[in-house]
Design a protein around this ligand. Structure first.
Ligand code: ZN
Length: 284
């Protein structure tokens, strides 16, 4: 699809769509353009009745370095995009605009993809950092290459966790706390043991294995697939997922507001200095 610049949209097999993150030179950091192109591609696949299963993959050695902290997603730019939510205040002062942006672009998009009416499979290699988890976790199945590493380093930024706060449901409460407290990477083998990923395969088999899995699923009746997905999602939501996530999102915004008051930036400037050698960038 020629209209996409930061992703590729492919049809690798009958009834299967594959969306590929294609900013390898930026370790697939999520610019606003990438997030909205990804959303458009998911919509394309979801609304195409000839597609039953959607694969999310990434070009390059790393799946995603997270939100692009150098992408100055100012309120005006967000307002110019076709928004998917109903929130407002993108141009307002104080905490209001940041909450609006993050409610729309971060938790809003991830929640929307989690609820797509078709099975989705993430094929993951290399590093998956913070915002990267927010692309992987909304998918129904996850296939990881042996070299995959998963990290939420937002506490190092002075923030209480990634906006799509699914950690307790993905790795259990004990490991969720440890991964947040330490900002350590979790290996593919470890998250497989914890049940966060379905399969771990050699890197050179990642795409072929995922495509075979997708094709097998795509042979099933789509309506039954759709409702099986809904049934599991409803079960998870009845465990309190939505309320828990609303609370953690509010805490996340409180952290941004606190950092802004104390440091003049929404994240701890020490993190920006250590990471980029500058205070430029305002994401997380
Ligand atoms: Zn944030």
């Amino acid at each position: 699809m020629s209209e996409f610049e930061t992703i590729r949209y492919e049809r690798p097999a009958e009834k299967v769509a594959r969306i590929v993150l294609d900013r390898a030179d930026a370790r697939n950091a999520q610019s606003m353009q990438l997030l909205y192109e990804l959303n458009d591609a998911f919509d394309l696949a979801a609304q195409d009745d000839s597609i039953s299963v959607i694969i999310l993959a990434a070009n390059g050695p790393h799946f995603s370095a997270g939100h692009d902290l150098r992408d100055d997603a100012g309120p005006r730019v967000v307002a110019d995009h076709r928004r998917i939510g109903t929130w407002c205040g993108f141009g307002c002062a104080g905490a209001e605009s940041r909450m609006a942006i993050e409610k729309e672009m971060y938790i809003g998009l991830s929640e929307r993809w989690r609820n797509l009416p078709k099975p989705t499979i993430a094929a993951v290699q290399g590093k998956v950092i913070s915002g990267g988890l927010m692309l992987v976790w909304p998918c129904d199945l996850i296939v990881a290459a042996e070299d995959a590493l998963f990290q939420d380093n937002t506490v190092s930024m002075g923030v209480s966790g990634a906006e799509f706060f699914n950690h307790p449901f993905e790795v259990g409460v004990r490991k969720a706390k440890e991964m947040l407290f330490t900002s350590d990477f979790l290996t593919a083998a470890e998250v497989h043991r914890l049940g966060m990923v379905n399969h771990v395969v050699p890197l050179d088999e990642l795409q072929s294995f995922t495509l075979r899995l997708a094709s097998r699923i795509a042979e099933k009746p789509l309506f039954a697939l759709k409702l099986a997905k809904e049934s599991v999602n409803v079960a998870q939501d009845n465990q309190g997922r939505v309320n828990a996530m609303q609370t953690s999102f509010a805490y996340h915004q409180l952290c941004h507001s606190h950092n802004q008051q104390v440091h003049g930036l929404p994240i701890d400037p020490d993190f920006m200095r250590q990471t980029f050698g500058t205070q430029a960038g305002v994401g997380s």
